[in-house]
Design a protein around this ligand. Structure first.
Ligand SMILES: Cc1cc2nc3c(=O)[nH]c(=O)nc-3n(C[C@H](O)[C@H](O)[C@H](O)COP(=O)(O)O)c2cc1C
Length: 218
């Protein structure tokens, strides 16, 4: 088994960040590490224990670049700027705001997505025609996303990192075609996986706790 970082459970849960600029694009990721993390991931719950998840692990440079091109196109439409546009200079030497930092690091990821050592797509099987259910979609996605997050946690425990991404889903059909996915396999998340540059991560900024927790009534 791969050596684990010395993190308490709470440290693991609070320091598994969206890693973009600190993905090490130069260091190879052995497939055994991905397998190990996926085996841990699928200990997650799923509705009726159906375990309908599917994991597409992409290491082929050409296929990664094809997926990355769709990701980048969607990112540019979403952000309204070209991924390689220079970052706006900070106003009056002010430190960049959280929003600015996310934009800057997400534009970086949009540029390098195809160079990240491994892309992992988490998907789930649905009915034959491939339609998503008309109601209770939480039941469907709730049977994939906890496992995908467990995968991110298992990666972090091993010194790797990722960012949860969904922007490629604007081109879900095109990416499904690249990967040869059957029509009834629907994608939920694209995780670019690499070793992290350094392993020291801190808890992230979060909204005021009292504004989101409701005891007994709203
Ligand atoms: C449903 C969902 C979709 C996301 N999509 C993207 C994405 O397409 N690209 C990206 O760079 N980050 C994406 N993110 C990452 C968020 O920006 C990140 O989780 C958030 O900024 C918190 O980061 P932190 O945990 O490091 O504080 C997504 C996160 C979630 C939960």
């Amino acid at each position: 088994m791969t050596e684990l970082l010395a993190l308490t459970p709470d440290e693991l849960l609070t320091t598994t960040r969206a890693v973009r600029k600190r993905l090490d694009l130069e260091r190879d990721v052995p497939l055994e590490v991905i397998h190990e993390a996926l085996e841990i991931a699928v200990q997650a719950p799923s509705g009726s224990n159906r375990q309908g998840w599917q994991w597409i692990v992409v290491t082929d440079p050409d296929i990664k670049q094809q997926i990355a091109a769709y990701y980048r196109r969607s990112w540019e439409a979403y952000s309204g700027v070209a991924a390689d546009a220079p970052a706006e200079p900070a106003v009056g030497g002010e430190p960049a705001s959280v929003g600015e930092r996310i934009r800057d690091s997400s534009s970086y990821l949009a540029r390098v997505m195809g160079d990240v050592p491994v892309l992992v797509i988490g998907a789930i099987t649905v009915d034959e025609g491939g339609e998503l259910p008309a109601s209770n979609q939480a039941g469907l996605w709730g049977s994939l996303l906890p496992a995908a997050w467990n995968f991110a946690l298992a990666l972090r425990a091993r010194g790797l990192g990722t960012t949860w991404t969904t922007l490629h889903l604007k081109y879900e059909k095109e990416v499904a075609q690249i990967l040869g996915l059957p029509a009834n396999v629907r994608q939920g998340v694209l995780l670019p996986v690499a070793y992290t540059i350094g392993t020291d991560f801190k808890p992230g900024p979060r909204a005021d706790f009292d504004a989101i927790v409701h005891i007994n009534h709203w």
